[in-house]
Design a protein around this ligand. Structure first.
Ligand SMILES: C[S@@+](CC[C@H](N)C(=O)[O-])C[C@H]1O[C@@H](n2cnc3c(N)ncnc32)[C@H](O)[C@@H]1O
Length: 279
């Protein structure tokens, strides 16, 4: 589980420092997501929910110069990083905001997008209902999220190295909270979004590259995701043993000059509807 408080604090700060490597890990997915957004047509106002360090917003600002893009994120460190990266673009702005309650009377988006930024709401129905209310009548959503841990080797294999933990709620806020398509459909239906459709995207999650891909992957995993959390919590010999197993895992995934893991995501699309069903 990763909650709002963690993103506002240490987890958000780590992502702000690690944006080059997180962008690299998502690269093939980002390309597909942008293709889907561009093909979808002529949005004038696009809000990027949980924009993080801003790659999706920046690429959309460049690809769609007639559109105004607003990136929203709850982490001020990430918004500082995004603002710096995206500077000089007149059609791009970033703001610190909780998307679950955000409203801007001067910016009703006709398209909501997100790369993996929507799985962390405490109450997703209420958050998506707020996003529907904040958007124009014809608004659409195009977003990505992870499919199950079983289909994401980087998560499944790192989990086998972790000290045993009590089973957690698969629907709790966190990277896999939107893995279950039926759950996502129910959330969207209850929050005034209809025509929900899913595209499965399988991609290579590159965790390490460059002169020493294994060292690069170890450093990346040491700062981002479930391994970083374990390293923070473990001490002494247990921590040393965990890092050594993580190195072996990275070595086993070294292929063509990079440490690669199979990753699996959904691209989810939906249309704002006018009838809100009972939650
Ligand atoms: C997995 S990261 C993805 C970041 C970015 N979209 C990317 O692809 O690099 C999830 C992002 O959602 C943001 N987030 C979490 N809860 C949020 C909320 N309630 N409102 C706005 N942003 C939120 C986090 O701060 C984080 O930047």
């Amino acid at each position: 589980m990763t909650d709002k408080m963690e993103w506002q604090g240490q987890v958000g700060s780590s992502w702000a420092r690690e944006w080059q490597r997180t962008d690299r890990s998502f690269a093939p997915l980002t390309q597909r997501l942008i293709e889907r957004i561009i093909v979808a047509g002529d949005a004038e106002r696009i809000a990027d929910i949980g924009c993080g360090a801003g790659e999706l917003s920046i690429k959309l600002a460049d690809a769609l110069p007639a559109a105004d893009i607003l990136g929203l994120d709850i982490s001020s460190d990430l918004i500082v990083a995004a603002t710096e990266r995206g500077s000089g673009r007149s059609n791009l702005n970033f703001a610190v905001a909780d998307a679950a309650t955000w409203r801007d009377p001067h910016f009703a988006p006709d398209l909501l997008v997100s790369r993996h930024g929507v799985m962390f709401f405490d109450d997703p129905v209420s958050a998506f209902a707020n996003l529907a209310d904040s958007a124009s009548d014809k608004a659409r959503i195009i977003l990505s999220c992870f499919r199950s841990p079983a289909e994401n080797d980087w998560a499944r294999e790192i989990a086998t190295l972790l000290p045993s933990a009590p089973a957690s709620d698969p629907d709790a806020p966190g990277p896999f909270a939107f893995a279950n398509a039926d759950r996502v459909k129910a959330i969207f239906a209850a929050a005034s979004w209809s025509d929900v459709a899913f595209e499965a995207v399988d991609f290579d999650y590159v965790a390490g590259s460059g002169a020493d891909p294994v060292a690069d992957a170890l450093d990346f995993f040491g700062h981002i995701g479930p391994a970083a959390r374990a390293i923070r919590l473990l001490e002494g010999d247990a921590q040393t043993a965990f890092v050594s197993r993580l190195r072996e895992l990275a070595e086993a995934h070294l292929q063509d000059g990079a440490v690669r893991f199979a990753a699996a995501a959904w691209i989810v699309t939906a249309q704002k509807s006018f009838i809100r069903s009972a939650a």
